[in-house]
Design a protein around this ligand. Structure first.
Ligand SMILES: [Fe+2]
Length: 363
């Protein structure tokens, strides 16, 4: 099957490029962190388009292209070389000489990157199939169209699967079993205050409980340590975002796709210092920006093994103080405006009453 091949020793950069291309509609994107392993794979089955990092240990991008050319594996494959901005000028001519027809700077600009790859795909003699969307990726929703597209909530067929996965996610929740549901109510109330439609609030409500489903791959030791992690334990904990995304991304269901987007982006920070991709500003999906605030509020106002419970008003002040650094200022404004609704939701859950719908005051 025709596919796009990417080789980069940096797994985060690799994941970012793969996600952008998958979101853009390319159906088969195969990635390699080890250039030598990629060489063997590409000789066996040449890609339709190839993206190669310039600086890699063992075998750099120029050497890799040379060896592929020698083997005749890239005769019909448009190639782009990808590189950090600091190396760009010095490598440009070497890249063209090695057969690259495009040179791309890292970190890639999402929209420019997907458009350039689309143009490369058009040059390929092995056409890629798929529904490429040139100007829309949920990870780069522009301000003017920042709301998710108006689709209805989960289709009926999705509901049992969503509920089942919600229970799976709740098993790994070390606070109370109610966290995932309560957080989804907070997210829907913030979405309402932000100006999203009722259908969009419903979508968020369905998908948000799965934000931490990737925790099923974390050990208890990592999960219960909470914020005090370092080194490998921190990396393992941060991996719950990409694990959740990988678990959910293959479903054609709109609700699952949204859940995958939330799982991936709910720990990104507005200033670009979050994880796993270090996306900044509106490059972070709106759903993830909303869930980040809802999750933070719930985390601060819930008793956890590693942190005392905060009063809601204090949590409100802290979240507002992180507007523009951790959180999207527009989402924080929506959170602030919805604060009374959030308190009502919290009281319902604290009292043990779980309601079946968002309180009418939030609609
Ligand atoms: Fe999380």
């Amino acid at each position: 099957m025709p596919y796009i091949g990417i080789v980069d020793d940096n797994p985060t950069a690799l994941l970012h490029m793969r996600i952008l291309l998958e979101r853009a509609g390319f159906p088969d994107v195969r990635t390699h962190t080890d250039p030598r392993a990629s060489l063997a794979a590409f000789k066996l089955e040449p890609p339709s388009v190839l993206l190669v990092d310039y600086l890699m240990p063992g075998l750099d991008g120029i050497e890799l292209l040379g060896q592929l050319q020698e083997a005749g594996a890239t005769l019909h494959t448009p190639v782009a070389m990808v590189s950090g901005a600091e190396d760009l000028e010095s490598m440009r001519l070497c890249a063209y000489r090695a057969g690259a027809i495009e040179v791309l700077a890292k970190p890639v600009n999402p929209q420019e990157f997907t458009l350039k790859v689309r143009n490369l795909a058009r040059l390929s003699t092995v056409p890629l199939h798929g529904r490429f969307q040139a100007d829309f990726s949920p990870l780069v929703v522009p301000r003017s169209s920042r709301a998710p597209s108006a689709k209805t909530g989960a289709q009926r067929d999705d509901v049992p699967m969503l509920r089942m996965l919600e229970k799976v996610a709740a098993f790994r929740d070390d606070r109370t079993g109610k966290h995932t549901t309560r957080m989804a109510f907070y997210a829907a109330a913030i979405a309402h205050s932000y100006g999203l439609s009722i259908a969009q609030q419903d979508q968020l409500m369905e998908a948000a409980p799965l934000h931490d489903i990737g925790n099923i791959a974390c050990t208890d030791a990592v999960l219960l340590k909470g914020e005090t992690l370092d080194g490998e334990s921190r990396l393992a904990m941060e991996g719950h975002t990409t694990t959740g995304y990988e678990l959910l991304r293959d479903s054609p269901s709109v609700a699952m796709q949204l859940a995958a987007e939330i799982a991936l982006t709910h720990h990104e920070r507005w200033d670009g210092s979050g994880y796993p991709l270090g996306l900044a500003g509106e490059h972070i999906a709106l759903s993830g920006r909303i869930v980040a605030v809802a999750d933070a509020f719930d985390g601060m106002t819930t008793v956890r093994p590693y942190e005392p419970q905060w009063l809601a008003e204090r949590a409100r002040r802290v979240i507002k103080s992180q507007s523009g650094s951790a959180f999207d200022p527009a989402v924080v404004d929506a959170f602030d405006a919805a604060f009374d609704s959030l308190l009502r939701i919290k009281r319902h859950f604290d009292g043990g009453e779980v309601f079946a719908a968002i309180p009418s005051s939030t609609h």
